[in-house]
Design a binder for this molecule. Structure first.
Ligand SMILES: [Fe+2]
Length: 318
């Protein structure tokens, strides 16, 4: 096609896509082309701005390696991962509100954490922080307990580091796998996690700074629920007392995942006799859907052998 006006370009690209054999590929790419061309036309993108877009996308790729994924970080910071999750899990067709306990997997899940008995402590070595006692139920959509599901749990220390980032924590600290009992319940002891900043040394950092946004995630505990016959569920239960609960940099906090981390100040009522001061309890219920069980590819392989990474915190400035 000989181009005579800007609109001809969109038509020419869409015409070429008609030759694609995979119908889903054709659908996705045709839509992407229409939206991208409309975006360029609507904003009247200049040549300099287009060059900047290209160099930014290139840098996002160049910064991605086995230990860091700037692409995932960018998707999260633009709300894309949260949107994909909610559109693919349990949207209420009447109210349109979110009706799922599914959430993003995140970049810190490790395979093969130790199998644990209900009640075990996830602190596998000296670990500072307030004790927390967690009970989590897994149920199906009709409220029946899901028995014998494997529930993988992981979270940060009270200083905001996952064990793989932190040489002072023993291997697999604050990680473990439990099996739901005949009530669909797992329970464990650990320390209350702290929220943490996402890295800002690349294009994602620039994106946040340009908006005056902070780079913090509110404190949370990750769960991965696996049982044959059910769609594998990734989840995160957020600490409702966290100062950043409304402004998660990854837009992950949903109504169903606001965790009630209850603070107790009287150690004498704690479930373990060794506790004298402040401790926390958390109870939460996950609802899983029937479907195909499949495990994700682990985003990281092992423990960082280098020094503790520096945590750079951007303060909100707006
Ligand atoms: Fe996390």
């Amino acid at each position: 096609m000989i181009i005579k006006k800007p609109e001809d370009i969109t038509l020419a690209v869409l015409t070429e896509l008609e030759g694609a054999k995979d119908p889903r590929f054709k659908e996705i790419m045709s839509s992407a082309v229409k939206h991208l061309h409309a975006f360029v036309s609507e904003t009247k993108l200049t040549e300099q701005e287009y060059q900047k877009v290209c160099s930014t996308i290139a840098k996002v790729g160049q910064m991605t390696n086995e230990f860091h994924n700037e692409v995932v970080l960018a998707g999260g910071s633009l709300g894309l991962s949260a949107l994909v999750c909610l559109l693919n899990n349990g949207r209420d067709t009447v109210s349109g509100e979110v009706d799922t306990t599914a959430n993003m997997l995140g970049p810190f899940w490790r395979e093969n954490s130790p199998m644990c008995q209900n009640g075990e402590n996830l602190a596998r070595g000296p670990t500072k922080g307030d004790p927390i006692f967690v009970k989590a139920w897994v149920k199906d959509r009709s409220g029946q307990p899901v028995v014998g599901a494997t529930v993988d749990v992981w979270h940060t220390s009270s200083e905001g580091f996952y064990e793989n980032q932190d040489p002072s924590q023993v291997d697999m600290n604050l990680r473990g796998r439990f099996t739901t009992d005949d009530q669909g319940l797992i329970e464990f002891r650990s320390v209350k996690p702290l929220g943490y900043p996402i890295p800002v040394n690349g294009p994602v950092g620039d994106l946040l700074k340009l908006q005056g946004r902070h780079n913090l995630r509110p404190a949370h505990i990750h769960f991965l629920i696996y049982k044959e016959g059910f769609k594998t569920q990734f989840s995160q239960v957020y600490s409702s007392d966290d100062p950043n609960i409304e402004t998660d940099v990854q837009f992950g906090v949903t109504k169903s995942l606001l965790g009630n981390y209850v603070k107790h100040v009287d150690g004498s009522k704690a479930p373990a006799p060794s506790i004298s001061g402040t401790w926390y309890s958390l109870e939460h219920t996950f609802v899983v859907d029937y479907g195909v069980a499949s495990m994700p590819r682990a985003p990281i392989k092992g423990k960082n052998q280098g020094p503790l990474p520096e945590q750079v915190i951007l303060r909100a400035n707006r």
